[in-house]
Design a protein around this ligand. Sequence first.
Ligand code: ADP
Ligand code: MG
Length: 246
Amino acid sequence: MPQSPASPPRLKVEHLSRAFGGTPVVDDVSLDVAAGQVACLLGPSGCGKSTTLRMIAGVERPDRGRIAFDGQPVSDGSLFQPPEARSVGLMFQDFALFPHLTVAQNVAFGLRSGRDERDRRVAELLERVNLVGYGAKHPHQLSGGEQQRVALARALAPRPRVMLMDEPFSGLDNRLRDGIRDTTLEILKEEGAAVLLVTHEPDEALRMADEILLMRAGRIVQRGSPYNIYNAPADRAAAAFFSDIN
Ligand code: ADP
Ligand code: MG
């Protein structure tokens, strides 16, 4: 069901700032992501993408600004909810599965529900990521792409309101990446979380985003649909950033 225009966005970030040793790293960043939408924070290495994501996850404290999920503040002044209170799913480049647990146990890891409900959710997700029959295997028996899908299922299992992904595909073989991006996008859309995906690769943002937020030196310098950003970059630096894509 579409959200009514009056309801607050799933994720709202306002005037978020953070400095390290006096150097601003995230500087007045504001963004909205609706449930079911994928926003890509795109920018060169060191521009402050991961720090932004870490503040939204609740593992880094902002100096200033507000973060709200569905209109409820999770970080605002002295209020700072820890990650486990925020309903966020996390996926990083180094998505390490627990090697001693089976695939099914990895996916079930964050689930607090009773056994029947848990088993049902694990089965549903293994089907969704196309790993039916893999539940009893261990991570080392899986290919990189398969492990990546397990990590996705694990992150989505508790039905997070907000899914945060930091360069999740950069550890993968080039040949696999486009296919995995497409399947991941399909699964994210089915699950319906608000997704904020961080990447320094323009082609990834163009392929996956509903909205691209172009970031440079801690600030968001342009935002728009992939089509608009690609065709009308705001300045020379933005254009240069896209220039080696075909
Ligand atoms: P990106 O993810 O875009 O590559 P980051 O958010 O990781 O950028 O980092 C932005 C800048 O902030 C970098 O210069 C980095 O060295 C610095 N930085 C990040 N975290 C810390 C920290 N905990 N202490 C000091 N400097 C940090
Ligand atoms: Mg980073």
